[in-house]
Design a protein around this ligand. Structure first.
Ligand code: PLP
Length: 368
């Protein structure tokens, strides 16, 4: 098929896709020549990678002429040991983003649908649309995922329900009892995907134990990543955790060498680096508390977050104005218009110096 312009036509299902707009980069903000740059728009680990992961990458560099292990066997063994599961319960991928695409590639036929919540991570919709799936975005209730309404949106052609827990960008979470009731209510043929990209940060007593839930629910698949708490976003490595039958399904569409050797080595080292993880979580806890109090003291609404970021709503000035003023002063945050939350901003919890920079910049032209 040819377009009028005489070039290959892409598939019609791609037409509604908006290009992904990543968080601002340090290079973008440098154009304003700020005295400092604080990158707080992409929920990365402000401590950077751990020492053990960096050493592992250095060692792996000597072996990059050799293809990586297609099954990421050592890493899957370590994930199994850490969770009391078996290596067959894991599939490692090029970021958890790749897992989302593999899920859609495995389970969606054209015209099937995927149910998602409003105001959530965009890549569920992306993955579904690329495979010609319909996307049903279910309105939230007071910004929380409305699981009852999501269940009501499921029909005979619903293959996948995506749930982000805690949710990016709000930071709000679904508790264990609610999630379990939801899983019990789903048809056996519908896959429930729970994206736990930020689960390491969650400390709410009722946060679900999804590793245990995957033992009980044959149609539950959990995605996790090394990009956030483990500080390896640039290497691209994440994984799926589920019963073996689901993992075997996904394996059919995985490219053989999807995860590079340096990423596998770094992730393995990061899993063993309890100290770096503990420092990361403590820094996040303290910073989140500090930023929550400071933003609330301005009279701004701040959502209780289980992640490494906060979602807040400025008053008097618009979210876009605040975002732009911060940007000019070297602080990159994420105004949430693209998530359908025009009045809100997401800020990643930073180091003490980054948090101070953000708060100082808010007192300047941004915080009027
Ligand atoms: C909720 C959520 N899921 C998945 C991802 C993608 O993570 P990865 O870097 O593992 O592809 C992100 C990244 O921002 C995210 O926020």
């Amino acid at each position: 098929m040819r377009t009028a312009a005489g070039r290959p036509a892409y598939r019609r299902c791609l037409a509604p896709l908006k290009p992904y707009v990543p968080g601002g980069t340090a290079e973008d903000v440098a154009r304003h020549r700020p005295a400092r740059i604080s990158k707080m728009g992409s929920n990365e680990n402000p401590l950077g990678p751990g020492r053990l992961a960096v050493e592992a990458v250095r060692e792996a560099a000597a072996r990059i002429s050799v293809y990586p292990d297609p099954s990421a066997g050592l890493l899957r063994d370590a994930l199994a040991r850490g969770t009391g599961k078996s290596p067959g319960n894991f599939l490692v991928a090029n970021g958890s983003d790749e897992v989302l695409v593999l899920i859609a590639a495995t389970y969606l036929n054209p015209g099937d649908n995927a149910v998602v919540s409003e105001h959530t991570f965009f890549n569920y919709e992306f993955a579904a649309r690329v495979f010609d799936g319909e996307v049903r975005a279910v309105p939230t209730r007071g910004l929380r995922c409305d699981l009852a309404a999501m269940r009501d949106a499921v029909d005979a052609r619903t293959r996948i329900v995506f749930l982000c827990n805690p949710n990016n960008p709000t930071g709000l979470h679904v508790g264990a009892a609610e999630l379990e009731a939801f899983l019990r209510s789903l048809p056996r043929e519908t896959l429930a995907v729970v994206d736990e990209a930020y689960a390491e940060y969650a400390d709410a007593p009722d946060f679900p134990d999804c590793a245990a839930l995957t033992d009980r629910f044959h149609n539950l698949l959990v995605t996790r990543t090394f990009s956030k708490a483990h500080g390896l976003a640039g290497l691209r490595i994440g994984y799926a955790m589920a019963q073996e039958a689901l993992i075997q399904d996904l394996r059919q569409v995985k490219l053989p060498f999807n995860v590079n050797a340096a990423a596998q080595a770094a992730a393995l080292a990061a899993l063993g680096d309890r100290e770096h993880l503990a420092r990361t979580l403590e820094l996040n806890r303290l910073g989140k508390d500090l930023l929550t109090r400071a933003l609330a003291a301005k009279g701004w609404e701040v959502l209780p977050s289980q992640g490494n970021f906060l979602c807040f709503r400025p008053t008097v000035v618009t979210a876009l104005e605040v975002g732009e003023a911060l940007f000019r002063q070297g602080v990159i945050v994420r105004p949430l218009g693209r998530f359908g939350l025009e009045d809100w901003i997401r800020v990643t919890v930073g180091t003490p110096a980054q948090n101070a920079h953000f708060l100082e910049a808010l007192e300047g032209p941004a915080g009027a």
